[in-house]
Design a protein around this ligand. Structure first.
Ligand code: HEM
Length: 457
């Protein structure tokens, strides 16, 4: 791993004439960009209605174009394309300088596969069960602070829970050390929500480390992580520890090399950032949907109370991730001409499997915008028409972890409490709309909820 090879360059600067790409809105790019910044789901819905499964969006001021696809066959074509022809474009996105050059999320080619293989084992089967107690305890600790009978916003609380869980899973560190790490991550996330990251996304790609407030928050996080790496390297009991960091410190590549400090840093930051806000938002969306669907909530409560099986819980989670996907799309960049949905796209095209639109494609799903977990009781989600975790060789490493975590957080909460809406105004049935938060879609009100204690079951 110390012998990292240089990344093949991506054709970021290729100018692509509009007539080589599928049609899209003819509005000025500035208007499209503004609409996208404030109402991305509205833009996607409108374009899908007007242009169908494939359309092109052009953004200002760079003129960058995204070719969105939402037909499952086209999505399959992209996700199963040879990785050297359609590599991920995450390495030239604004998250790249934060995650770092050795992050599994930003690497492409053989280096990506090597890091991915190293990271996968801690996320498999039995290992995840070791985190159950941590998840339940973190949820109970948070619940002890929640008001009963008065409104609160859930999303910030679920972020607290999942941060606790990912810190313990990754570092397994003692409680007092986690305080510093928690603060460092919270600082970075707070700074990353400012418009700075969106503005960076709209300019020409830069791989420079951020400056200003984000840069300072990143420096602080790095120094805490490097201290922890140095402390761990001194320890002799790594082989007996189950945390992800210890496993990575012991991992060796085919040539017997261990990971360097900077490679470790990049993977740890990636797991911390990719692994907690996403899951927290998904739990917040699940409660937001359950509040608006009392029959679903009642059926879920009944399954939890019986204490056997979790088919309905699984269906609720799948349906939440379908109808309210946290990550709305993923980007690949063509290094050779490539045909998708019957059209040859040129080198440099950013081709975008649009998770949000795929998951609500009316040709795949009945009543696609409705929240109906029952649809997944008989037929489990399909690989290329239910893609909240992406697909192909870049499918989310933490997908099982996230689902496992969601299940235990939801079960721990709902065993004790019943959620209801703070008010039943005209917006009640529609629920909270999608708001963009950095690269994710979150409930606009942060899931406003009133909790009531349930009678002892
Ligand atoms: C509900 C929760 C989550 C959602 C919706 C989600 C979504 C995604 C998506 C859509 C991708 C694909 C990106 C692409 O194709 O370019 C991805 C990749 C990734 N996710 Fe997640 N994720 C979640 C939870 C997690 C967790 C819990 C972890 C780790 C603890 C994690 C770690 C990663 C990593 C490392 C990658 C990069 C994989 C690669 O490029 O090979 N995610 N995630």
């Amino acid at each position: 791993m110390a012998t990292a090879v240089a990344q093949p360059p991506l054709p970021v600067d290729v100018e692509i004439p509009a007539d080589r790409l599928p049609p899209g809105p003819r509005l000025p790019a500035t208007l499209v960009t503004l609409a996208w910044a404030f109402a991305p789901t509205w833009v996607m819905d409108r374009c899908a209605k007007r242009y169908g499964d494939t359309f092109t969006l052009t953004f200002a001021p760079s003129g960058r174009k995204l070719v969105m696809v939402s037909d499952p066959e086209a999505v399959k074509t992209v996700f199963t394309a040879p990785p050297e022809i359609a590599p991920s474009a995450a390495g030239v996105s604004p998250v790249a300088p934060i995650m770092g050059p050795s992050s599994v999320l930003t690497l492409i080619g053989p280096e990506h596969m090597r890091q991915r293989k190293l990271l996968l084992p801690p996320f498999h089967g039995e290992r995840m069960r070791e985190y159950e107690d941590v998840i339940v305890q973190a949820t109970k600790n948070s619940m002890a602070q929640w008001p009963i009978g008065r409104p609160m916003r859930l999303a910030s609380r679920t972020r607290g829970i999942t941060l606790e869980v990912i810190l313990r899973a990754v570092f397994g560190v003692e409680a007092e050390r986690m305080g510093t790490l928690r603060d460092a991550i919270a600082g970075l996330l707070k700074e990353s929500q400012t418009p700075a990251l969106l503005l960076a996304a709209l300019r020409r790609p830069t791989l420079e480390r951020p400056t200003g407030a984000i840069g300072r928050a990143l420096d602080h996080l790095d120094s805490v992580i490097y201290q922890e790496i140095a402390r761990r390297r001194e320890q002799e009991d790594l082989g007996e520890r189950a945390d992800i960091m210890s496993l990575l410190l012991l991992a060796r590549d085919e040539s017997g090399q261990e990971m360097t400090d900077s490679e470790l840093r990049d993977e740890l930051v990636t797991l911390l950032l990719a692994g907690h806000e996403t899951t927290a938002t998904a739990v917040a969306w699940a409660i937001e949907r359950l509040i608006r669907h009392p029959q679903v909530l009642a059926r879920l409560h009944a399954e939890i109370d019986v204490g056997e099986g979790d088919d309905y819980m699984q269906a609720v989670i799948s349906e939440t991730l379908r109808v309210r996907p946290v990550v709305p799309f993923v980007i690949r960049m063509l290094t050779e001409p490539f045909t998708v949905a019957g059209r040859e796209l040129p080198v440099g095209t950013r081709i975008v499997p649009c998770i949000y639109l795929v998951n609500r494609n009316p040709r795949v799903y009945d009543a696609p915008t409705e929240f109906r977990p029952e649809r997944f009781l008989e037929d489990p989600p399909e690989t290329f028409s239910w893609i909240p975790f992406g697909g192909g060789i870049r499918r989310c490493i933490g997908a099982s972890f996230a689902t496992f975590e969601m299940k235990h957080i939801l079960r721990t909460i709902l065993r004790e409490l019943a959620p209801s809406a703070p008010s039943r105004g005209p917006l009640f049935r529609r629920g909270e709309y999608n708001r963009r938060r950095a690269i994710t879609l979150v409930p606009a009100g942060g899931t406003r909820v009133v909790w009531n204690r349930r009678a002892r079951q």
